[in-house]
Design a protein around this ligand. Structure first.
Ligand SMILES: [Zn+2]
Length: 87
C-alpha cells in the first residue's frame, strides 16, 4: 500500500501528521468525505476519513483487527454457554 507514496508526501505526513488525498464517496454515503493519508505505527501509510465529533483519524487496518479480535473474544464464551446448555 505504501509503495506509491511520493517522497514529498511522506515528508508532509512527517511534518503535519497527515495529507489530504481528496474527496471520496463510498457505498451508502449521502455525500463524499475528505480523505487523509497518515502513518499508522503498525501498518504504515494508510488512508481514512475523519470520524465523529472528536475529529479522529483512525487506521482502517487497526479498526479491522480490533473488530476481528472482538469477535474472537466473544466466541469462547458463546461456546461455553452452548456446552453448559447440554449438561
Ligand atoms: Zn494500523
Amino acid at each position: 500500500m505504501s509503495s506509491h507514496i511520493k517522497l514529498l508526501e511522506r515528508l508532509k505526513i512527517q511534518l503535519q501528521g497527515h495529507i489530504v488525498v481528496g474527496r471520496e464517496q463510498r457505498d451508502g454515503w449521502k455525500e463524499s468525505a475528505e480523505f487523509y493519508m497518515f502513518k499508522c505505527p503498525v501498518h504504515g501509510y494508510v488512508k481514512n476519513y475523519v470520524k465523529g465529533y472528536g475529529k479522529r483519524l483512525e487506521c482502517p487496518e487497526c479498526l479491522l483487527e480490533m473488530k476481528n479480535k472482538a469477535v474472537e473474544d466473544i466466541q469462547p464464551e458463546l461456546i461455553a454457554i452452548n456446552r453448559s446448555a447440554f449438561d
